[in-house]
Design a protein around this ligand. Structure first.
Ligand SMILES: Cc1cc2nc3c(=O)[nH]c(=O)nc-3n(C[C@H](O)[C@H](O)[C@H](O)COP(=O)(O)OP(=O)(O)OC[C@H]3O[C@@H](n4cnc5c(N)ncnc54)[C@H](O)[C@@H]3O)c2cc1C
Length: 340
C-alpha cells in the first residue's frame, strides 16, 4: 500500500479550489481497500470518487482514500433483463455509454453526469425525470469499522430525492466497492417527457415516440452541454442546492404572492416542490460575484469558482444565497454538495 504525502487535490475535484491531503492512498482493488481501511480504522478520512460533488471548506485535508476500482461484469441474465456489477471507480458516463452500446437500457437520461459509479447511490443521482435507484439492484460495500463485506439491497438504501441512507443514517459507515445494476434488454420504455428532451429530439430530426435509448442519451448530452458550465473550463459541482419542498398550504401562499413561481408535485405527500434556481434568480443573485466565487450567469443553481476562490469563499457565498432566498421567500435551501 502506497501512502503519499502532501498530495495536491486541486485537480482531483471539480470545484478546483486549492487543497492538499496530508496523507493520500489510492486503491485499485478490494484487498487494497481493506488494507487501507484497517490502516486508518481509528482515524477520520475522506473517501474520494471523481470529486464532482464536494466542496473543501478547509484547504488542509488530513487523509484521503481515492477509490480507483475498475471493471464490470454481467452476473445474471434473463430474456428481458441483465444484472451487471460495476466497480466503484468506473467513470459514470463511460458506464452509461457502455451499457447503451451493449443494448442494456435504463440509464440513458443520466448520461453525462460527472463522477464515478461508486458515488451514484450516495445521493441517488438523478436527471431528466430518472433516478439511479430505478436501475439499481444492490450495492456491495465494506463496513469501515468491521472491514466486513456486505451486500445491501435497493429497498434498504432509503433512496429519496438526492438522498439515501449512505448520505444520512449511514454517513461514513461504508466504502462502496461496486454497484449492481438491473437493466432492460427488451420492452424498455424511454422517458422523454421531462425537460426539453422531446424538443431536442425533434431538433435532431428524431420523432420522440420512436427514439432509441441512445438517441435519448444524445439529446440529454446535447441539452446538458448547452446548459451547464463544464468543470474543465470553470470550477463547479453542478447544482449547489436541492430543490426545496414546502407544505401545500405554504406553496399556495407563495403562489398568491408570486404567481409566476414554478411548482411541481413532490414525492412526499402533502408537499410541493419548488425550483431552487428560480428562487435564487428572483432573489436577484444570478450572476453575482464575490471575488472569484460566483453564482453562474446562466444557471443560478450552480455556484462557480472563476479561478482562485477558496472553498471557504464559495461556502460564504452559498450562505449568502441561502440567507437572501430565505429573506425573500421564507424558504430554506439545503445544499446538495457535500461540504467537507
Ligand atoms: C457539471 C456537473 C453536473 C452535475 N449534474 C448532476 C445531475 O444531473 N444529477 C446528479 O444527481 N448529480 C449531478 N452532479 C453531482 C455529481 O456529479 C454526482 O453527485 C456524482 O455522483 C458524484 O460522484 P463523484 O464520484 O464525483 O463523488 P465525489 O464528489 O468524489 O463524492 C461525493 C460523496 O460520495 C462519497 N463517496 C464517493 N465515492 C464513494 C465510495 N466508493 N464509497 C463511499 N463513499 C463514496 C464521498 O465521500 C462524498 O461524500 C453534477 C456535478 C457537476 C460537476
Amino acid at each position: 500500500m502506497l501512502i503519499q504525502n502532501q498530495v495536491d487535490l486541486k485537480n482531483k475535484h471539480t470545484f478546483s479550489t486549492a487543497a492538499t491531503a496530508k496523507e493520500f492512498i489510492e486503491v485499485e482493488n478490494l484487498h487494497q481497500a481493506e488494507e487501507a481501511l484497517r490502516y486508518w480504522k481509528e482515524k477520520p478520512y475522506l473517501i474520494l470518487g471523481g470529486g464532482s460533488n464536494l466542496l473543501f471548506l478547509n484547504s488542509r485535508i488530513d487523509r484521503v482514500l481515492k477509490i480507483d476500482l475498475q471493471g464490470w461484469e454481467p452476473v445474471a441474465e434473463t430474456a428481458e433483463h441483465i444484472w451487471v456489477d460495476v466497480a466503484a471507480g468506473v467513470p459514470w458516463h463511460d458506464w452509461v455509454l457502455q451499457s447503451l452500446d451493449l443494448g442494456w437500457y435504463g440509464l440513458e437520461n443520466l448520461a453525462l453526469i460527472p463522477g464515478n459509479v461508486g458515488a451514484s447511490p450516495m445521493q441517488n443521482i438523478g436527471a431528466y425525470g430518472v433516478e439511479v435507484q430505478e436501475c439499481l439492484d444492490s450495492v456491495h460495500v465494506i463496513d469501515r469499522q468491521t472491514i466486513q463485506r456486505l451486500k445491501i439491497e435497493n429497498k434498504d438504501c432509503a433512496f429519496a430525492y438526492r438522498s439515501s441512507a449512505f448520505k444520512t443514517q449511514w454517513k461514513d459507515k461504508y466504502l462502496i466497492g461496486s454497484v449492481r445494476f438491473k437493466l432492460e434488454k427488451k420492452n424498455h420504455r424511454i422517458r422523454t417527457e421531462y425537460g426539453a428532451i422531446s424538443e431536442e429530439l425533434l431538433r435532431m430530426g428524431v420523432p420522440p415516440k420512436s427514439a432509441t435509448p441512445k438517441e435519448v442519451a444524445e439529446a440529454v448530452m446535447s441539452i446538458r452541454r448547452s446548459k451547464l458550465p463544464d468543470p474543465k473550463q470553470i470550477g463547479n459541482a453542478g447544482s449547489f442546492f436541492k430543490n426545496p419542498s414546502v407544505p401545500e398550504q405554504v406553496a399556495k401562499e407563495l403562489l398568491k404572492e408570486h404567481p409566476q413561481m414554478p411548482q411541481y408535485p413532490s414525492e412526499n405527500q402533502g408537499m410541493v416542490k419548488l425550483a431552487a434556481g428560480w428562487l435564487i434568480e428572483q432573489a436577484g443573485l444570478k450572476g453575482i460575484r464575490e471575488g472569484d466565487a460566483g453564482v453562474h450567469s446562466k444557471q443560478a443553481l450552480v455556484l462557480v469558482n472563476y479561478g482562485k476562490a477558496s472553498g471557504e469563499e464559495i461556502w460564504n457565498l452559498a450562505l449568502h444565497v441561502q440567507a437572501e432566498v430565505q429573506n425573500r421567500f421564507g424558504v430554506v435551501l439545503e445544499p446538495e454538495v457535500n461540504a467537507i
